[in-house]
Design a protein around this ligand. Structure first.
Ligand code: ZN
Length: 132
C-alpha cells in the first residue's frame, strides 16, 4: 500500500489528486488492474468529477454548503457535524480501473480529495492491484 499526505488550507476544499494517483500507478508498473483510493478520515472524502472547468468543484462546494448548513441543529458536540455528513455523502473511497499502465478516466474526470473540516494535514491511502 502507498500513501501520501495533503495539507489543506481551507475549511472546505476540493484538491485534484489525479497526478499523485497517476504517479503511484506508474511506479507500481502494473499494466492492468484496479487502483483503490481511500481516505482514513471522518470529515474528508474522495470523489471523481470535472476539473476542466474549475467552476464545477466550486459549485459542488457551494451546493453542499447550502444543503448541509455549518450550524445545526446537530447533536454531535465537536461542532463539525456538517463535515461528517458531507464526508458520508461523498464517501471515503473510489476505485479506478487501470489499463495500459494508466488510470481509466473520462476526458473530463479528475480524482479529488475533499476537505470538509480544514485546514488539516490529511492522508490518502492507495492500493494498486494487478489483474485483467
Ligand atoms: Zn466530529
Amino acid at each position: 500500500m502507498k500513501s501520501f499526505s495533503i495539507k489543506t488550507s481551507a475549511r472546505f476544499e476540493m484538491i485534484d489528486i489525479t497526478r499523485q494517483i497517476h504517479d503511484i500507478i506508474r511506479e507500481s508498473r502494473i499494466e492492468s488492474g484496479i487502483c483503490h483510493v481511500f481516505v482514513p478520515h471522518t470529515t474528508a472524502a474522495v470523489t471523481i468529477n470535472e476539473n476542466a472547468d474549475p467552476d464545477v468543484p466550486k459549485d459542488i462546494i457551494s451546493i453542499l454548503d447550502r444543503l448541509i448548513p455549518r450550524h445545526g441543529p446537530y447533536r454531535h458536540g465537536e461542532g463539525n457535524s456538517a463535515a461528517h455528513v458531507k464526508a458520508s455523502l461523498l464517501g471515503a473511497s473510489e476505485t479506478v480501473l487501470i489499463e495500459g499502465g494508466q488510470p481509466v478516466l473520462g476526458t473530463w474526470q479528475s480524482i479529488f480529495f475533499c476537505e470538509f473540516d480544514g485546514p488539516r494535514t490529511r492522508k490518502v491511502f492507495v492500493k494498486v492491484i494487478v489483474g485483467s
